[in-house]
Design a protein around this ligand. Structure first.
Ligand code: FRU
Length: 449
């Protein structure tokens, strides 16, 4: 895994877009930037390409740079690392409040190991709060025996207000060394609240939503020659506000024919549609965005709908940009006037939130949530005082632990104005948007933290 990008000229190469529904594989000579044409001609909407030309516009500006975190870290949990985190949301995407409590879900792992070891130990825990920022630790969400995968990665959670069911979408991952990923869901648990707090009870029924099909989404086997970690993960539940159709967005890779030196940079934002009555039948769709020749990982994709615009966000790392391109670890975003696209990068290149240059890895795994007309962007404290994620791994274990925050970072208020965004201010650690009802409602006025 290389950390820094080497300079290099983009090469044009062909790739396969396969028409899975038609059972026809089409080999095209498309280049990045024109990727949707073949898919369109096969009868389903094609992905928008995040092009190299657009990515060349990525720039850290005052509007996209978060302030340096200078406080000492106060951990949410004494014994657990906490990283990727998401709130319990209602079906319509608004934050859920159950008998006065908001609930968040986090990837967690015991903090007696080096931070890099946490990925192979990840389990999902929940936390609850009356005010959306002072979180009490609950327990593990799943019974370890029943949850799918050796361990579980991110992640979204939907509260069905009619039935009171809690449904948690997650990535079922096989053990380190393989890291095979499948999209999964646990359905049908309940929330019990009392003066003492919150319990998630009743158990979940677990099922697989989708596996990589090798046509639109690269399989682990197809990715074997590639250097960076392969992806088919991070399901994010999304109900279409206009059609009522239900989807999960996820992170994938596009299969590449004719491997070249750019084969590794094939990240996409995938989408699957619920086709049955409940949450157990899903069909893979054509990806929404592809970053072929641009970036290998478009992690934790999610959407905020505002003023009829579809804002699509994803997180990515500096080291996953293709040679000749550079972008910081950051939150990247796109906007379209429909779910299908075409998606235009925000702020020209796509960068919405980065860390300051002096602490490029201080936070990661940003999640943008609707907050009136603005966004509340949450993240976790990652590594301070370091210039290279790769170098951290070779430091003595105690030093690695000292550098790793492993808890929720200050949230950011971000203003969106059509295709432009601006970080307005820093908020409290782990500040999630207040639960105000539908994401279409509310104007954020009168809100305080
Ligand atoms: C982002 C991420 C997710 C994944 C998890 C694994 O921080 O890479 O894509 O689900 O972390 O720990």
């Amino acid at each position: 895994m290389a950390d820094d990008n080497e300079a290099g000229e983009p090469t044009r190469r062909s790739f396969v877009k396969a028409a899975g529904v038609l059972g026809v594989a089409a080999t095209t000579g498309l280049t990045a930037g024109t990727g949707s044409a073949a898919a369109d001609s096969l009868g389903f909407p094609g992905a928008t390409d995040w092009t190299r030309e657009q990515a060349e516009q990525i720039e850290r500006t005052p509007e996209t740079t978060a302030p340096l975190i200078d406080e000492s870290v106060e951990r949410l949990s004494e014994d657990q690392y906490i990283w990727d985190t998401w709130p319990l949301r209602n079906r319509d995407g608004s934050l859920a409040k159950v008998n006065g409590y908001q609930i968040i879900f986090s990837l967690t792992a015991t903090n007696d190991v080096v931070p890099g070891a946490r990925h192979n130990l990840a389990s999902i825990r929940y936390f609850y709060s009356h005010n959306g920022h002072d979180w009490q630790q609950g327990g593990e969400v799943f019974d370890a025996e029943a949850a799918l995968g050796h361990h579980q990665w991110a992640g979204s959670a939907m509260y069905d207000e009619e039935t009171g069911d809690v449904n948690v979408f997650y990535t079922a991952v096989s053990a380190a060394g393989e890291y095979r990923q499948r999209l999964a869901v646990g359905t049908g648990a309940s929330v019990e609240t009392s003066g003492d707090g919150v319990e998630i009870t009743g158990g979940f029924d677990h099922g697989i939503i989708a596996e990589a099909d090798g046509e639109r989404y690269q399989t682990l086997e197809q990715s074997r020659d590639q250097g960076i970690i392969y992806a088919f993960r991070d399901p994010w539940f999304f109900k279409h506000p206009e059609t009522g159709e239900e989807y999960v967005l996820f992170e994938g890779n596009t299969p590449i024919e004719n491997p070249s030196e750019y084969t590794d940079w094939n990240g996409n934002v995938g989408i699957a549609k619920a086709t049955g009555e409940g949450l157990d039948e899903w069909e893979l769709q054509e990806p929404l965005v592809e970053a072929i020749t641009v970036n290998q990982q478009l992690e934790r994709p999610h959407i905020v709908v505002s003023d009829g615009n579809y804002y699509l966000f994803t997180i990515s790392h500096r080291f996953t940009f293709a040679p000749g391109l550079t972008g910081p670890d950051g939150l990247y975003g796109f906007v379209a006037d429909s779910l299908d696209g075409d998606y235009e990068p925000l702020n020209e290149g796509g960068l919405v939130v980065s860390n300051p240059e002096s602490a490029p890895f201080q936070t990661y795994s940003w999640l943008a949530l609707p907050m009136g007309d603005n966004l509340a962007v949450t993240s976790f404290y990652n590594f301070r005082e370091t210039d290279s994620l790769q170098d951290v791994g070779s430091l003595p274990p105690d030093e690695q632990k000292r550098l790793f925050g492993g808890t929720l970072a200050p949230s950011l208020q971000v203003r969106i104005d059509d295709t432009e965004t601006e970080i307005v201010r820093e908020m409290k650690d782990g500040y999630f948007s207040p639960a105000i009802g539908s994401q279409q409602r509310g104007n954020g006025k009168g809100w305080k933290h």
